[in-house]
Design a protein around this ligand. Structure first.
Ligand code: NAP
Length: 282
């Protein structure tokens, strides 16, 4: 059986060209506000990448940086202002945030119409009902990769390992909405490998390097590896899948890096454009 690598860079570049063309035709540019709290080095890198992407696409971006002592009320007030600001179409709160803050309350204060990360409970609820809404970027990007490679989802047995609000849960919802038969696994799942072996499509978002091994998948499986793990002694990031050994059993597989990762920021830009279009057509 021939194995195909699902190249997220190619799909992301295609999406980038589509978005760039649309943005270039707009008189008023879409605007993104990013709220960043504290000095988390990974957050700083992600915000820098988002800024770079916005600049390349001609999208306005503003950063609201706070130190770790910021209060919940200050942030709620900022979000209220951004909700009212017509030049801002998308608002995102960069996580992680300090423990003294209530992140769910902050997500819920963002207008559902500007919730480009899809973390507001209105959008979470709409996703679970199969309604049009903002969907978290990583699972939405995965659906786009599957579509670009003509991987049929309907009727397939899909297994999602991981149930986080950012990846696993919305991934499962998207697959259900696309008529797959979906099983969600997590740290309390028993006989995990018996379940993963039933997967036609296996999506792994656990955060443990080489967590999925070759004996855990069946021949002809499609494997999507969401993991981003930094391993001591290696400069390259590693996925959750033992790629070298698993790939020989796959029909399709995403590499790490170069699979799911490149899709996330460009999918955010797609969500921003959707917010812009929805808000300007209101
Ligand atoms: P998370 O919030 O830590 O969730 C991890 C999930 O894995 C949890 O649901 C947990 O189960 C489950 N899990 C842990 N140990 C397990 C085990 N032994 N067996 C089965 N399930 C187990 O992580 P996340 O935010 O979803 O991210 C997962 C990975 O994806 C991380 O490496 C992260 O860096 C990466 N990521 C990548 C992108 C991207 O753009 N490529 C975006 C987001 C995240 P419980 O719920 O029972 O604890």
């Amino acid at each position: 059986m021939q194995m195909t690598i699902l190249d997220g860079k190619i799909v992301a570049n295609k999406l980038k060209d589509e978005i760039k063309e649309k943005v270039s035709s707009l008189e008023i540019k879409p605007g993104l506000a990013v709220i960043c709290i504290g000095d988390n080095p990974a957050s700083k890198i992600y915000v820098k990448l988002k800024r770079k992407m916005c600049e390349e696409l001609g999208i306005y971006i503003e950063e609201h940086n706070y130190d770790e002592n910021v209060t919940q009320d200050e942030l709620l007030e900022l979000i209220d202002d951004l909700n009212e600001d017509d030049s801002i179409h998308g608002i995102l709160l960069q996580s992680p945030i300090p423990y003294h803050l209530n992140i769910l309350e902050l997500f819920d204060r963002i207008s559902p119409k500007k919730d480009v990360d899809g973390f507001n409970s209105v959008n979470v609820g709409k996703l679970s009902q199969g309604q049009d809404c903002f969907v978290p970027c990583t699972p939405l990007g995965i659906m786009r990769i599957l579509k670009e490679y003509n991987i049929e989802v309907e009727g397939k047995n899909c297994v999602v390992v991981g149930r986080s609000n950012i990846v696993g849960r919305p991934m499962a919802q998207l697959l259900i909405n696309a008529n797959a038969t979906v099983t969600v696994c997590h740290s309390k799942t028993k006989n995990l490998s018996e379940i993963t072996k039933t997967a036609d499509i296996l999506i792994v978002a656990v955060g443990k390097p080489k967590f999925i091994t070759a004996d855990m998948v069946k021949d002809g499986v499609t494997v999507v590896d969401v993991g981003i793990n930094r391993v001591e002694g290696s400069k390259r990031i590693k996925g959750d899948v033992d790629f070298e050994n698993v790939k020989d059993k796959c029909e399709f597989i995403t590499p790490v890096p170069g699979g799911v990762g490149p899709m996330t920021i460009i999918t955010l830009m797609g969500n921003l454009l959707k917010a812009y279009e929805d808000l300007t057509n209101d």
